[in-house]
Design a protein around this ligand. Structure first.
Ligand code: FEO
Ligand code: CA
Ligand code: CA
Length: 696
């Protein structure tokens, strides 16, 4: 739908001092960096102080069980953890290696890294190739029309692949076929529509298109020939293909379902939310479902100034203005659906910010918002098993100075017993992390110089917040802890981190990794050993070894194997590896492991000035810390996903917001990727031309 309105009047100066464009700031995070940090607590910057169900559901169709073992990180049941009964951190990290299950000290990674660049293209190492699997607007549901940029409709978008793809995972159905799940995090209306002004002036149909472009997609894909290339299945039944949007009927489960805090005029039961928003990263369960994480849901609402006074503090803690009626850059979903006006429907916002479980194999299933996992700017939920078989989910809350969490189920996972397993995420204990360093505070001087003991490291504990209907937080009910989880974590003294993003568990040795993207707001007075740099533009990675290497433990050891940036910058650290050999890396975001235990890292907002990309780092053996860049995405995009298939012959990435550069519009595009026309967020796959393992 062409629109000849004058140029938009949004203030498009990026508040973000990293590498992100102002468009990204406006449309992805609602200008979060321009706002006050929403965690006002005085919590310490502590320096002051699997897969069986798949085997029947997917693998009846499948046989590639292992891919999900890797992507879920399920290592507790019948999987390969080091045999030591009570291994210490050193044993775990050094005893087995990236590079293979055999304990070799070499990672097996031999590719020639790609050079940093600003190209409007995906670049891969010599010997590799890549292609686009699915792009914004591609038909998903049978009967969907072909994409037509200048004649978009909401009805078409609801059947087509959504915008800004983020989390990607593959549910195999045999060696050469599978269901690809993809999140659609947010819309960038300035790039989607010609002449877009702002949400106040937008034609209602554009707002409806945006609602339909959020959510997620299930698409059936197939291997192309015998290579590592995969492509959309465009013929045949495509019986599993599905679009989920900001309007798909869902339900709540778990202890807060039916809570008064979740009741609205449209749903007086508090059990049936409508749609999901800002789905960022995710995870999978051992029984073959996807967990998708609602992140910056705060940006979709207006009317925060009109909520009852006693509810305002809760809004502020989740980054919603209570002083202005219509925040700058708001998409004005309320013009289509009144529920997005908090002055009229103050509880509607409590129905977002959850982990949503979706069964990709049942297109008629109702998505479930699992309240036991708490409410925050959820980045992801990575599942694994405790040694006793309880299900564990690791989760980050991606905002500056927020926390990271884990959920441990009450009951054990029973291989093959779906009817039992599918409710494991409804009963259990939600914990938040508190970290302490083991070096004197004076040695954390902000330069990045390692403390005297040679490592940024220390100990951590998981503090229980809530278990079923029992709250462990003074002054808060269990329902309040689950709906206002940030406030609960404030009260128990959790550690404020530099934007906790994706978490992943190493399938080889069980160590857990957390990407900390950046935090330019951290001051020198707020340093601690786990967040040791002020004005942290490039981020770092935290490594956790749970006590007894048991994901169900209450304590852990931690260290920082990677402090990102240009390796010539003395504040960087690459686990002691020779910095003259590594690739520069900035703003780690999504993480994934390959089957050999090498850590793949995608970046968002490269503050070194070049395109974002995908990197790989061995985390044990003699190449621990040897970061190499495997691919770059078009300048202006961030790299999401990533996902290495179980056979290690393919790596999928989501190319999110190509061409999202300040000043870019459809009439003045900053990118024409992937088709030489308007930029289209897409999932891509890369492979070795001779069928070798990715990275070899
Ligand atoms: Fe959507 Fe935290 O990145
Ligand atoms: Ca130390
Ligand atoms: Ca992310």
């Amino acid at each position: 739908m062409a629109n000849t309105s004058p140029q938009r009047t949004l203030p498009l100066l990026s508040p973000h001092s990293g590498g992100r464009s102002s468009l990204t700031c406006a449309f992805r995070c609602g200008m979060a960096c321009a706002h006050e940090v929403s965690n006002p607590s005085e919590n310490t910057y502590f320096g002051d102080v699997v897969a069986d169900a798949i085997s029947r559901r997917g693998a009846l169709r499948a046989g590639a069980l292992g891919a999900l073992v890797v992507s879920t990180g399920v290592v507790g049941v019948g999987a390969a953890l080091p045999a030591a009964a009570d291994p210490d951190k050193e044993t775990i990290l050094k005893g087995s290696s990236g590079g293979g299950h055999g304990g070799s000290s070499s990672s097996g990674l031999k590719f020639t890294p790609v050079a940093p660049n600003k190209l409007d293209a995906i670049t891969v190492p010599p010997g590799y190739d890549h292609s686009v699997v699915v792009r914004w607007g591609d038909p998903v549901v049978p009967g969907a029309p072909a994409f037509d940029f200048d004649n978009q409709t909401a009805a078409a978008q609801a059947k087509q692949f959504g915008y800004n793809c983020d989390y990607v995972t593959l549910f195999p159905m045999g060696k050469d076929r599978g269901l690809l799940w993809v999140n659609h995090e947010y819309t960038d209306e300035v790039l989607m529509f010609r002449g877009y002004v702002d949400g106040n002036a937008a034609p209602l149909e554009q707002i409806k298109i945006a609602l339909a472009a959020h959510g997620g997609s299930v698409v059936e894909i197939a291997r192309a020939g015998k290579s590592g290339k995969w492509a959309l299945v465009t013929h045949g039944s495509r019986r599993y293909n599905r679009r989920l949007t900001a309007q798909t009927p869902m339900r709540f489960s778990g202890p807060a379902a039916g809570s008064a805090l979740l009741k609205t005029a449209a749903d007086p039961t508090g059990r049936f939310p409508k749609g999901m928003l800002n789905n960022c990263a995710g995870g999978t369960t051992p029984w073959g479902t996807v967990l998708t994480a609602e992140e910056n849901f705060n940006q979709y609402f207006v009317g925060g100034n009109g909520v009852p006074e006693d509810q305002k503090a809760n809004l502020v803690r989740y980054g919603i203005s209570t002083t202005v009626a219509i925040p700058s850059g708001n998409r004005r979903f309320d013009r289509v659906e009144e529920r997005f006006d908090l002055a009229k429907h103050p509880h509607e916002i409590n129905r977002f910010g959850w982990i949503v479980e979706i069964d990709p194999f049942d297109p008629d299933s109702t998505p479930i918002k699992r309240t036991a996992l708490g409410r925050m700017a959820h980045e992801a939920a990575t599942t694994t098993l405790a040694k006793d078989g309880r299900l564990v989910a690791y989760m980050g809350d991606d905002s500056r100075f927020e926390y990271f969490f884990k959920f441990v189920s009450k009951d054990r996972y029973i291989p093959g017993f779906d009817r039992h397993n599918r409710d494991l995420l409804d009963e259990g204990t939600l914990y938040v992390a508190k970290l302490t360093g083991d070096s004197p505070a004076a040695e954390i001087d902000g330069t990045g110089k390692l403390p005297g003991d040679g490592e940024f490291d220390g100990a951590g504990e998981w503090i229980p917040l809530v278990s079923g209907k029992r709250s462990f937080v003074t002054g808060m009910t269990a329902e309040e802890v689950l709906v206002f989880t940030r406030t609960a974590a404030d009260k128990v003294g959790a550690t404020k981190m530099d934007r906790p993003e994706d978490m992943e568990r190493n399938p080889v040795n069980g160590a857990v990794y957390l990407a900390l993207t950046n935090n330019t707001n951290r001051t020198a007075a707020q340093l601690d050993e786990a967040n040791p740099r002020p004005s942290n533009r490039h981020g770092h990675i935290l490594e956790i070894v749970e006590s007894r290497n048991d994901a169900g433990a209450n304590r852990f050891a931690w260290s920082l194997p990677l402090v990102c940036g240009d390796p010539t910058d003395p504040s960087t650290y690459f686990a002691g590896f020779d910095k003259t050999k590594v690739s520069p890396i900035s703003c780690p975001d999504n993480l994934a492991f390959d089957r050999d235990g090498n850590l793949w890292i995608s970046t968002d907002g490269n503050a070194l000035g070049n395109a974002d990309g995908l990197f790989v780092m061995p985390v044990s053996g003699r190449e621990r810390g040897y970061v190499r860049q495997f691919l770059t995405v078009p300048f202006g995009a961030e790299t999401c996903g990533p996902m290495v298939t179980d056979d290690q012959r393919s790596v999928f990435v989501a190319v999110q917001h190509p061409g999202e550069i300040t000043g870019a519009t459809p009439d003045n595009p900053a990118s024409t990727w992937p088709d030489g026309a308007q930029p289209r967020p897409s999932v891509a796959v890369a492979w070795h031309k001779q069928g070798k393992k990715i990275g070899s």
